[in-house]
Design a protein around this ligand. Structure first.
Ligand code: SF4
Length: 326
């Protein structure tokens, strides 16, 4: 009897606490202040989420200089450099900072170690918004190293006060390799007090590693500029998936990928709403992959409260709504 076609559905997958908070921040700002609400950069790296917020009145811009003075702006989950805060103040913008608290933690570490006289190696990808924001905290003492290859040749300052930090959405394994190479060349390189690669990135990678060895093809739902989504494809291939592809949504799936496949793995990046995974499951079911096995490697319960400036205005609005009319 032939083996049935099946889908191994990874869990955890999809939205993390930081993305949920950022998206809800824009939704609440639109409700509270009315459109337009400006958002600096993509609030999270997902085309579907950005398009759906645009349809409700959010306007995405690259820099605060594009925003009319006195408007409301939300900063994305990836964080901003201090200069963006001061430029916003100069334009009289009302700011809501939806930077993920786990990115804010890395900013705080960069400030603290720079203040204590350290030189900092930031492991991350050049040009990624989070890296730009973190570097902006201490540009004179941060050296960016992207991968083990760069680690083998980078020239770091000769000092005993040398520490590494990282972008939150990297491959755990590749980052360890990068640090190993750096420590081989700079034995005095110190490690940060706690992990910078966030819980959500790590959990999604662990779940993919669990299913990958059984998968003929492993699909990652996520946008091309989403670091953690792109990493999931790399992790899947490293962990033994015969093939792996990233798609923004079901319309990008190709019949040819599944011609020989019996077991398909499925996961999604931390900025991906579940509706996009459901659409991929429906597409697969139409092609005979109707059996879904959930493979859960962790429980996630973390929730972040909304940015304080937004909570304050929401509270004021609700008090206003219940105040008796004079
Ligand atoms: Fe925060 Fe991690 Fe989610 Fe980025 S992926 S928003 S760091 S929880």
């Amino acid at each position: 009897m032939s083996q049935p076609k099946r889908v191994l559905l990874a869990a955890p997958r999809g939205y993390c606490a930081g993305v949920d908070r950022a998206v809800v921040s824009v939704e609440k700002a639109l409700e509270l202040y009315g459109p337009p609400v400006y958002v600096r950069k993509e609030i999270v790296h997902n085309k579907y989420v950005v398009a759906s917020l645009e349809s409700r009145g959010a306007i995405f811009v690259d820099e605060v200089e594009e925003i009319p003075e006195g408007s409301t702006v939300v900063f994305s989950a990836h964080g901003v450099a201090p200069a963006v805060h001061s430029d916003s103040a100069d334009r009289g913008l009302k700011t809501i900072d939806a930077t993920c608290p786990l990115v804010t933690k890395v900013h705080a570490e960069a400030r603290r170690f720079a203040g204590e006289g350290y030189q900092i190696v930031l492991v991350g990808h050049e040009g990624h918004e989070e890296v730009v924001g973190t570097t902006g905290e201490a540009p004179d003492v941060i050296t960016l190293v992207q991968d083990p290859i760069e680690a083998a040749s980078v020239v770091l300052p000769e000092t005993d006060k040398l520490i590494w930090l990282s972008q939150t959405t990297l491959s755990v394994d590749e980052t360890l390799q990068t640090i190993e190479v750096l420590k081989g060349r700079y034995p005095n390189l110190m490690s940060p007090p706690s992990d910078d690669i966030c819980y959500a990135t790590q959990n999604r990678q662990v779940a993919v590693k669990e299913i990958a060895p059984q998968c003929d093809v492993l699909i990652v739902v996520g946008s091309g500029n989403s670091s953690n989504s792109v990493r999931l494809v790399e992790v899947a291939l490293d962990a033994g998936a015969r093939a792996s592809h990233r798609v923004d949504s079901a319309v990008e799936l190709k019949e040819a990928w599944f011609e020989e496949a019996l077991t398909v793995g499925l996961t999604s990046g931390a900025s991906v709403p579940e509706i996009l995974v459901d659409e991929v499951l429906a597409w697969l079911a139409e092609r005979g992959f109707a059996t879904i096995e959930l493979v859960k490697t962790a429980e996630e319960t973390l929730v972040f409260s909304l940015p304080p400036e937004l909570r304050r205005d929401l509270k004021a609005a609700s008090l206003q709504a219940i105040k008796p009319k004079e």
